[in-house]
Design a protein around this ligand. Structure first.
Ligand code: PLP
Length: 437
């Protein structure tokens, strides 16, 4: 297939720019479960774009809501001013968030949601007279976006190492990937809940009175689909509660139905103090993120005089009218089509299809829950990521979009997927694995 080299002005994010521009993979249209490439091929979307188009592509309801809003009012500030949409949206969101997390701060991305949540945690501790609690704890292999807060608590080496000294006073829990004990497990792994006890060690090391918050992805997506062992999140909740430490779940990927239920917090029965989200909030159509905050945290900020600004933080586009319109239309679709249940309904079928991959060449592990999977390959002699990248390229040539991350291919299709698409997806994927060797 002929690729047209692209001009060099766009500095592409998280991309090997020179390699890509010499042989680009360009998408031109999207509808339902499929992209169309610039050379007219149908590409089955195995990644919901970038974990964001949970209701599938080209949803007319979202287009119409956005178009109408743009012609009615393109922008309005939300600093000491307002318009009704973010109020409506926050109320709608509070109907689907875990009980008690009813306050919503709007952002424009997952990275901004993470930095916002960390700042709320620090400012809250100060507001309740716990100003020595300034330490933040993340986790190895965690991904929390690319702001300085997010890369500091994040644990993916390449995202940190070029940027010098990050936030001071950050420590990390160990990751929960344990292929030896949990290989090919379906659903949450049996082994590893004890890794949460490392938090007790960090509390002993630093003193609880110095720790503000712990942030984890309930399921790590970007570092290769790493699942929480059974009982692990519950244990983190117990320890954080015992020591007055806030617990933040970064649900930028798991939010809006990816693992079943609206949020992973609900699927796995653990309620944190704050939840970050983005991506699926608008079905990826307009950039938007949000932080869901427990009522008692919000109330702690409201103690001063009425005329005082309670939290010196916000973005020009917090609660942007067009993003709100997209999100409201998206929530309607999720509710009407019952999409948060879809990952649970199809989980068994999805897992059986994955089982058939186990004997293919170079498979090191398969991890899956809801409508997400991480297929990890043995490392190639030429280096980490080489094999998965080759398979990703082969998939694209063969009409399937997957996401390569290190030695793992992640699959996270739109939640509108049908069984016939699942069959097609895995048949193309298996062929690509065989071809790429
Ligand atoms: N947090 C998590 C868990 C993510 O997976 C991501 C993106 O993939 C982010 C934060 C950052 O989101 P964004 O790229 O919208 O800034």
């Amino acid at each position: 297939m002929a690729h047209t080299a692209q001009p060099d002005h766009f500095w592409m994010p998280f991309t090997a720019n020179r390699q890509f521009k010499s042989a680009p993979r360009l998408l031109e249209r999207a509808e339902g479960m499929y992209y169309t490439s610039d050379d007219g091929r149908q590409i089955l979307d195995g990644t919901a774009g970038l974990w964001c188009c949970n209701a599938g592509h080209g949803r007319r309801e979202i287009t119409e809501a956005v178009t109408q809003q743009l012609s009615k009012m393109d922008f309005a500030p939300t600093f000491q001013m307002g318009h009704s949409l973010p109020f409506q949206l926050a109320e709608r969101l509070s109907e689907i968030t875990p009980a008690g997390l009813n306050r919503v701060f709007f952002t424009n991305s997952g990275s901004e949601s993470v930095d916002t949540a960390l700042k709320i945690a620090l400012a809250y501790q100060r507001a309740i007279g716990q100003g020595t609690r300034t330490r933040l704890i993340g986790r190895e292999l965690g991904y929390h976006g690319v702001g300085f807060g997010g890369i500091s608590v994040g644990g993916m080496t390449n995202n940190r190492k070029a940027f010098g000294a990050l936030l001071p006073g950050v420590d990390h829990l160990p990751h929960t990937l344990d292929i030896e004990r949990n290989r090919f497990c379906k659903g949450l792994p049996e082994h590893g809940a004890e890794k949460a006890d490392e938090l007790e060690r960090l509390v002993t090391l630093h003193g609880a009175e110095n720790i503000a918050a712990v942030i984890v992805e309930p399921m790590s997506g970007s570092s290769g689909v790493i699942l929480p062992p059974k009982g692990y999140l519950q244990r983190l909740r117990e320890i954080t509660r015992k020591h007055g430490i806030l617990l933040i779940f970064d649900e930028v990927i798991t939010g809006f139905g990816r693992v079943g239920e609206a949020f992973a917090s609900q699927r796995w029965g653990v309620t944190p103090d704050l939840i970050t989200c983005a991506k699926g909030l608008t079905n990826g159509a307009v950039p938007m993120g949000a932080v869901f905050v427990a009522d008692e945290l919000y109330e702690a900020f409201m103690a001063g005089p009425d005329s005082a600004i309670e939290f010196f933080h916000g973005y020009t586009y917090s609660g942007h009218p067009v993003a709100c319109a997209a999100a409201l239309a998206t929530l309607d679709i999720y509710a009407r089509e019952n999409l948060f249940q879809k990952a649970i309904e199809l989980e068994g079928y999805w897992q059986s299809a994955l089982k058939n991959l186990e004997d293919l060449p170079h498979i090191a592990d398969i991890r899956t829950v809801g409508l997400v999977a991480g297929v990890q390959f043995e490392p190639h002699a030429e280096g980490v990521g080489k094999r998965a990248y080759g398979i990703f390229r082969q998939c694209f040539e063969d009409g399937l979009l997957v996401r390569a991350s290190g030695d793992t291919i992640a699959l996270s299709p739109p939640l509108i997927i049908e069984k016939s698409h699942i069959d097609d997806l895995f048949s193309r994927f298996a062929d690509a694995i065989r071809k790429a060797g």
